[in-house]
Design a protein around this ligand. Structure first.
Ligand SMILES: [Zn+2]
Length: 451
């Protein structure tokens, strides 16, 4: 039976063990605790690590926040019903969020015998978050409140080929332009081409990204704005966005795949990105689809990315004599009856199908979300793959798996970056939130949304 929102964990005994290769290796909490096992600071442990109460508490807090994001304004008892947490647990967590001024109470309009129940809502005046996606062509930033609702967008062109210093300034300038000067800034999240070290907030060396090598982007932004900043690979950030605000909302297991100049992916289990030992888990763009295929920049041959990335598709089209400017042209030619164009599309769908079937068998996701320019250029892509996946993997696995198109489209990474910041803050609000409560700064209370 599926509940409407993610269920909390009222009892300690069912918490997952913490150890290498588990969900708990997600860098978010470790970025704060400094115990991360990262690409650069591997530490082998001979004994499985337990999960301390603060981490369990943070998980449950995020469950409560997720329910509030969806259901606010909501009473405490309805929150307990929705999350499966006990009334005592809800009281404890609501008190904590209220102590940090993140929630406000509003009277209910419902008339009941006895006292009127109060409803809980996010305190919009508490502050703002900025989520930002940095790509090879643009910077896209979103300002949001703690409920993750986008309040403003800003987009500026960006070229990573200029000096790294200029790039850092340009990213910071977009944030500065987007900030609401009347509200405190609570945190910044960034999605940027990988590889990255999400624990240390470092951009390692993305391909075609100028001189960017081991750049401490999170520290640089944190220093300029005086608030914590966290970053992740753009596809993982987009996976987060779809999980929290998009096509995979409230799904426990989600695989996001972006199909554009490269093939990126992010695998989410629970409310965390699964990273594996070297932050490379779920990189289905580099799974082998054609053992004798073209050489990939990762060193392997026949990776999915070498066969279905937009540059690969365009190159194949030109090789076969088609004069096209973008993938949408190929779709239009195929629709008009051009068999060469149709064959190229069919081939790409076959490769993608193989990758999706492998992914279903490896990860058993509840939902696969497809995003990126290719998905938008070929309107039949998602439906074609969704239909064919069902016939290709274990029946009981594939009957239920949903293959859907991204709901957030070009906003996925920036909104995901907002979600990343929110979840980091929840891990340790005492350390990450600015001290000054701002209740009363604006006298009009929070805007209420209909449940
Ligand atoms: Zn590869």
């Amino acid at each position: 039976m599926k509940r409407r929102v993610t269920q909390g964990r009222p009892n300690r005994p069912d918490v997952r063990p913490r150890g290498q290769g588990t969900m708990a290796q997600d860098g978010y909490s470790q970025a704060l605790s400094g115990t991360g096992n990262t690409m650069n600071q591997g530490r082998s442990r001979s004994i499985r690590q337990g999960r301390n109460l603060p981490e369990v508490r943070a998980d449950n807090l995020s469950v409560v926040v997720e329910a509030l994001q969806k259901l606010q304004p909501i009473s405490r008892s309805a929150l307990a019903d929705a999350t499966g947490l006990t009334a005592a647990s809800i009281t404890h967590m609501v008190n904590e969020l209220t102590a940090f001024d993140l929630l406000v109470e509003v009277p209910s309009n419902e008339r009941q015998v006895g006292r009127r129940p109060t409803l809980l809502s996010f305190n919009r005046q508490r502050g703002q978050l900025i989520g930002i996606e940095v790509s090879r062509t643009r910077i896209h930033a979103i300002r949001s409140d703690f409920s993750g609702q986008a309040l403003a967008h800003l987009e500026r062109p960006f070229r990573p080929t200029a000096s790294v210093k200029k790039g850092l300034t340009a990213i910071g300038d977009v944030i500065a332009e987007l900030i609401d000067p009347l509200l405190p800034l609570l945190g910044i999240g960034v999605g940027i081409p990988g590889p990255v070290n999400s624990t240390l907030g470092i951009v390692i060396e993305p391909p075609n990204f100028g001189k960017w090598r081991n750049v401490s982007l999170a520290d640089a932004l944190s220093e300029r704005f005086g608030v914590p900043c966290w970053l992740d690979d753009d596809a993982k950030a987009a996976a987060y966005g779809e999980r929290w605000y998009g096509a995979g909302r409230h799904e426990e297991t989600l695989l996001y795949i972006s199909l554009r100049s490269g093939v990126g992916a992010g695998l989410i289990v629970g409310d965390r990105v699964y990273r594996g030992a070297h932050e490379l888990a779920g990189e289905i763009g580099h799974t082998t689809i054609h053992v004798d295929g073209p050489l990939c920049e990762c060193g392997n041959r026949g990776c999915l990315e070498t066969l279905v990335s937009i540059p690969a598709i365009m190159q194949e089209a030109r090789r076969l004599g088609l004069d096209i400017a973008e993938p949408g042209d190929l779709h239009r030619l195929a629709l008009a009856g051009d068999t060469v164009a149709q064959n190229i599309k069919d081939r790409v769908y076959l490769y993608l199908l193989a990758a999706l079937v492998n992914a279903v068998n490896h990860y058993d996701p509840a939902v696969i979300v497809l995003g990126g320019q290719l998905v938008r250029s070929w309107p039949d892509l998602t439906a074609t793959l969704a239909r064919n996946v069902k016939g290709r993997s274990f029946g009981y696995l594939s009957q239920d798996v949903r293959v859907v198109e991204s709901l957030l489209a070009a906003d996925a990474s920036a909104l995901g970056a907002v979600a990343i910041a929110i979840h980091h803050i929840l891990r340790d609000p005492g350390q990450t939130l600015p001290d000054t409560p701002v209740t009363g700064l604006h006298i009009d209370g929070p805007e209420l949304r209909a449940p």
